[in-house]
Design a protein around this ligand. Structure first.
Ligand code: PLP
Length: 449
């Protein structure tokens, strides 16, 4: 066991000149782990030699791993605009600059500057949202899942919530409507069948313990063929006639009408506000195109009740969220699509995308074989299930490698594309204008490796 004896002592090891410019505490902690593993490996006879240089290198590598940021910028070349795995909606760069001063200095988050006393954090955004949506009041929470939970917990604890069987969905990240309902304390009253739910089903389900008639957006699936569902406006009417609360979990809520004929199938928040619903909620970072948040709009008497629930303290949003959301809502009020990256990408014409594709092709033509082609993509984020939108992509061929291999080479450079028909594609719909040059540089790196 001569090898065991030659394991360096921690104190001596960490005082090596190689670690001079490093945090001593962190180097010591990592060195302990590395040396402990070395001892184990020797005892298990996994290794029969080592040298100190290698140990130093290992410690330095681990140090770099821990201290460099794990959350990294990536280029989304998948074409999926609201990509759930890639951070959903983008925040506009200029909006971020405008908000910077608020987040990096003291501000009037909960201070009424006019009165010189405590103010309300939700007041900042309520004026602009009320104007934009024509609602009586608004409340912002951490995300739409929190909005659903807060509403059910406030109004339906130990009471029945009527939902169509066709809308008891599971969306990504283990959000299942029946389970959320259960943990909020509400009692689920399922009605109808998987494919058909009628107005009578709602009427027949109502009893003295009913509190909410709820509708849920199907998000990532569709029912086609022999099917019927009850429109929200009819549910609102039934709720009014029976003195109940109507609530629509819209999932993604959009304000600007959708292009490509999608608007007929997917009414906007404004379309629903015409019917004066009790409550409606949607995400801030799906089609609205802002930050992660849950936006609850509706009648003031219900929003007031929500504000009294202790849970709100756990679900409340930070100044950064409020400031960015206020900025987006203002852009929407002024119809400035160009300040909302999600909308900007969605509305790019095929011609604009083609031009961008040609520009990129010219930049990378000398490194790889590439062809511009017309393709289709999806909006994503469970916004418009099973609906495709047109797009333009560049297919990349590198040294006749298999598409899987090219995909991996690009992914290692933080460029995420997609494989379709045995081709590796970069879809121009989600590539930002200032990313073309980065793509060129990364391809150069790939070629030279
Ligand atoms: C996306 C979605 C949610 C969850 O919204 P988050 O903002 O991700 O919390 C809830 N309900 C429906 C129908 C959805 O589509």
């Amino acid at each position: 066991m001569i090898l065991l004896k030659s394991i360096p002592k921690i104190d001596k090891f960490v005082s090596n000149k190689a670690f001079e410019d490093y945090s001593k505490t962190l180097i010591t902690s990592i060195s302990k782990d590395v040396i402990q593993k070395l001892r184990k490996d020797i005892l298990n006879e996994n290794i029969d030699s080592f040298n100190e240089e290698e140990l130093i290198k290992e410690v330095k590598n681990e140090y770099k791993n821990i201290t460099s940021s794990s959350l990294k910028k990536v280029i989304n070349a998948t074409g999926v605009i609201i990509h759930t795995n890639l951070g959903r909606s983008l925040i506009d760069k200029d909006a971020f600059d405008r908000v910077k001063a608020i987040a990096t200095s003291y501000n009037n988050l909960e201070y009424d500057l006019k009165e010189g006393k405590r103010g309300e954090r939700y007041a900042h955004i309520s004026k602009v949202v009320k104007k934009l949506l024509g609602c009586e009041d608004v409340l912002i929470v951490n995300n739409n899942a929190s909005a659903v939970f807060l509403i059910l917990n406030t109004f339906a604890k130990n009471k029945e919530v009527v939902v169509s069987r066709g809308e008891l969905v599971e969306i990504g990240g283990s959000f299942r409507v029946p389970d959320v309902m259960n943990s909020s304390g509400a009692i689920l009253k399922e009605i109808g069948t998987t494919n058909k739910t009628h107005e009578e089903d709602y009427l027949n389900a109502i009893n003295e313990n009913t509190s909410i008639l709820m509708k849920v957006h199907k998000s990532n699936y569709t029912i086609e063929g022999f099917c019927t569902e009850v429109e929200f406006k009819k549910i609102i009417k039934i709720a009014n006639e029976n003195e109940l609360i109507d609530y629509y979990d819209m999932g993604s809520g959009h304000i600007i009408d959708l292009p490509y004929g999608l608007q007929d199938k997917e009414p906007s928040v404004l379309d629903y506000m015409k019917y004066n619903p009790s409550l409606l909620s949607f995400s801030g970072d799906k089609l609205l195109g802002s930050v992660q948040a849950g936006i609850i709009v509706g009648k003031k008497k219900y929003i007031d009740e929500l504000k009294k629930n202790q849970l709100l303290r756990m679900l409340r949003v930070d100044k950064l969220t409020l400031a960015l959301l206020e900025d987006s809502m203002k852009s929407l009020l002024l119809n400035q699509k160009e300040n909302i990256p999600t909308m900007k990408m969605l509305f790019k014409s095929q011609n604009e995308l083609k031009q961008k594709a040609q520009e990129l092709k010219q930049m990378i033509d000398k490194y790889c074989d590439c062809t511009i082609l017309e393709t289709k993509t999806v909006i994503g984020g469970g916004t418009t299930p099973n609906k495709k939108i047109p797009s333009i992509a560049i297919s990349i061929n590198l040294n006749n490698y298999k598409p899987n291999k090219i995909e991996k080479l690009f992914r290692n450079k933080n460029i995420i594309g997609r494989i379709e028909d045995e081709k590796f594609l970069l879809d121009l719909r989600t590539i930002q204008d200032d990313e073309l040059n980065t793509i060129k540089l990364k391809i150069e790196e790939i070629i030279n490796e």
